[in-house]
Design a protein around this ligand. Structure first.
Ligand SMILES: [Zn+2]
Length: 184
């Protein structure tokens, strides 16, 4: 779910606190943006496909990370962490459920689309569905180091994301009842 991707995105910038603390906030913000970005295809195009690139994001993220390491600046770090976070997001979705209204039923075979091979990866369902108790636990666990180590505004953003995650986890199984009629 989005709060998990936000927490993961922010955590990708944690090493900056040790090596370049002045770039940690911009890195964390970029990580959060990159963690949210792929799921914008919920609103346009095909979810888990149009903006999900489990391979191609890495082709940008790896050289961008190298450039950021040699020429650290807010811009190079932001680009690197953004693409790293989007890449990690696209891979992580594979370990959840598929793209379907009631993912706990486990009927979808569309985990995430791999453009370079032109087919879908089957969902692994290590996390049974977005907003499941284990998804919330993962969110909290990944967010914890950032909550302790980051200052304002990242800490507040993580608290907000976790709050959204708790609410979403509570209502998750009721969501299809409300959005279902609009999708048919
Ligand atoms: Zn996604």
């Amino acid at each position: 779910m989005a709060p998990t991707h936000v927490a993961v995105g922010a955590s990708l910038a944690l090493p900056l606190l040790a090596v370049a603390p002045e770039l940690a906030v911009v890195g964390a913000l970029a990580g959060i943006a990159g963690g949210v970005f792929p799921d914008l295809d919920l609103f346009t195009g095909k979810h888990r496909k149009t903006l999900h690139f489990p391979v191609l994001y890495w082709i940008v993220a790896v050289p961008a990370s190298g450039i950021a390491a040699f020429f650290p600046s807010p811009a190079t770090v932001a680009v690197a962490v953004f693409f790293l976070s989007a890449a990690v997001h696209s891979v992580l979705d594979w370990f959840g459920a598929g793209d379907e209204l009631k993912p706990w039923e486990g009927t979808s075979r569309e985990g995430v689309y791999v453009h370079v091979i032109g087919r879908w990866l089957e969902p692994k369902r290590w996390i049974r569905y977005d907003g499941s108790p284990e998804d919330l636990a993962l969110s909290a666990g990944v967010a914890a180091p950032g909550l302790l180590l980051y200052g304002t505004p990242i800490r507040e953003l993580l608290v907000g994301a976790l709050f959204v995650g708790v609410v979403y986890a509570v209502i998750r199984r009721r969501v299809p009842r409300y959005v279902g009629p609009y999708l048919e």
